[in-house]
Design a protein around this ligand. Structure first.
Ligand SMILES: NC(=O)c1ccc[n+]([C@@H]2O[C@H](COP(=O)([O-])OP(=O)(O)OC[C@H]3O[C@@H](n4cnc5c(N)ncnc54)[C@H](O)[C@@H]3O)[C@@H](O)[C@H]2O)c1
Length: 415
């Protein structure tokens, strides 16, 4: 089989690799020349795909910027970004651009699958008409389906193969074609009744996380008032073997998915005069969490008779989650900006993020700055950092991730 993948990012590249590893020819299309150049040289820019994984695939994985190369593919999978506009509404520009270019090379009998996360109705109402500008009809001349990506960057216990794949086809035949495609790389394929069901199922998964993270983040703020250790509370509740699912508090939600996707559904709901309050409330609490962290750092410094202004504050970890260098929507950026606005001299250390142009900083050498800092705030708990040493050497440590549980020290403050 020959498979085309449009958008070789965190979602598209692992997918392209999965098909190539199964022996299929893969045309990987992107508009980012640097990414194409890296792939051409066998260099990966996605943490989950080491260079060694790419090396044996060079003959089968063909990076390109030319949509014409997709004409010979049996199936084309679209994995372009679906961010929000500045006014927090769905920004489908990337999808519209890629679909428009694809419509010009679309072939009879081809299968097109959208994997980008989006609101219910996008595949049918937005993608279909653009592809039909080719003069062909979806469900008759070509096939169209939606299949959400469920990848969790940095995760190793579940892979593309072992995570069940949801599919919603425009017609039964479309769904069957998509099922055959994904059966090549996934152990379990679940066929749903429509693209809309699959689109909404993905949003439910992410909203479920967003709401539960908001719940523990709010609890963390309350525990701070009550003087109760939120981590001990969460640990205790987690001993219940049924009816409770653990979520950890933290500095706020980041990444391309959780802070963004729920608003796709809120947008769609508003079109139908419906206001989903859980989504908005969870978003509000999670977005306020970095501000709470700034205030907590301020208070911790105050307790040792230091103002934020002029204090040297080291942020440990700026990726949006442990083990990844993705800083999109990372709460660390909001925390750094908040501290800078108060006059703090902020630096950061992150082994995965050499520079952070959003705040004009470069990653500092941990050993060199640790003893020099007035305070260290653990914002992202990357593996491989010696947190005992951090607590031993820094005069004040504020831990927003609970990684210092088990350490007791007078200079240690936990969320
Ligand atoms: N990152 C995740 O963990 C994750 C998980 C599940 C779903 N998703 C969803 O998958 C989609 C892609 O996310 P991502 O994290 O892979 O994004 P990404 O930014 O890492 O990758 C997207 C790629 O698409 C390319 N691109 C943009 N416009 C293009 C065009 N017109 N033609 C060809 N290529 C184009 C970009 O250059 C980029 O390389 C989003 O809808 C996201 O919500 C992401």
């Amino acid at each position: 089989m020959k498979v085309g993948v449009i958008g070789l990012g965190y979602v598209g590249l692992p997918l392209a690799v999965a098909f190539a590893e199964e022996g299929h020819e893969v045309v990987g299309l992107d508009v980012d020349a640097r990414r194409l150049e890296a792939l051409g040289q066998g260099r990966s820019y996605v943490e989950d795909i080491p260079d060694e994984t790419l090396a044996p695939l060079t003959g089968r994985l063909h990076p390109t910027s030319s949509y014409a190369d997709l004409a010979s593919c049996h199936a084309v999978i679209v994995c372009v970004p679906t961010p929000l506009t500045n006014s927090r509404e769905p920004d489908l520009t990337y999808l519209v651009d890629s679909a428009t270019a694809l419509s010009q090379v679309l072939q009879p009998e081809q299968l097109v699958v959208l994997e980008s996360t989006t609101y219910p109705g996008t595949t049918r109402e937005r993608l279909r008409p653009i592809l039909e500008e080719s003069g062909m009809a979806a469900g008759r001349d070509f096939h169209l389906a939606y299949s959400p990506e469920r990848i969790d960057p940095g995760r190793t216990d579940y892979t593309v193969r072992t995570t069940p794949k949801l599919i919603g086809g425009l017609t039964e035949r479309c769904a069957e074609r998509a099922r055959e495609l994904y059966a090549e790389i996934c152990d379990e394929v679940v066929v749903l009744s429509s693209p809309e069901t699959a689109e909404l199922a993905k949003l439910l998964e992410n909203i479920f996380r967003s709401v539960n993270i908001a719940l523990v983040n709010e609890l963390a703020q309350l525990c701070d008032r009550l003087g109760i250790d939120v981590w001990e509370v969460v640990d205790a509740a987690s001993t219940k073997p049924f009816g409770f699912m653990r979520f950890d508090p933290g500095p706020g939600m980041g990444g391309h998915c959780l802070p963004v996707d729920p608003f796709y559904l809120a947008f769609k709901a508003r079109e139908h005069d419906f206001y989903p309050e859980f989504i908005e409330l969870a978003g509000k609490i999670n977005q306020s969490q970095p501000h709470f962290c700034v205030e907590r750092i301020d208070r911790a410094l105050n307790d040792v008779a230091k103002p934020v202004k002029g204090s040297r504050i080291l942020i440990l970890g700026v990726g949006y989650k442990a083990g990844v260098g993705d800083t999109r929507e990372s709460p660390a950026i909001k925390i750094i900006r908040g501290l800078q606005e108060l006059g703090g001299e902020v630096s950061y250390h992150d082994p995965h993020v050499p520079s952070l142009p959003a705040v004009g900083l470069e990653s500092a050498d941990l050993g060199a700055v640790l003893g020099d800092a007035d305070a260290v705030a653990i914002v992202t708990a990357h593996p491989g950092i010696d947190y005992e040493r951090v607590v031993a050497e820094a005069p004040l440590v504020i831990d927003f991730r609970g990684v210092t549980r088990g350490i007791s020290a007078a200079n240690l403050v936990r969320l």
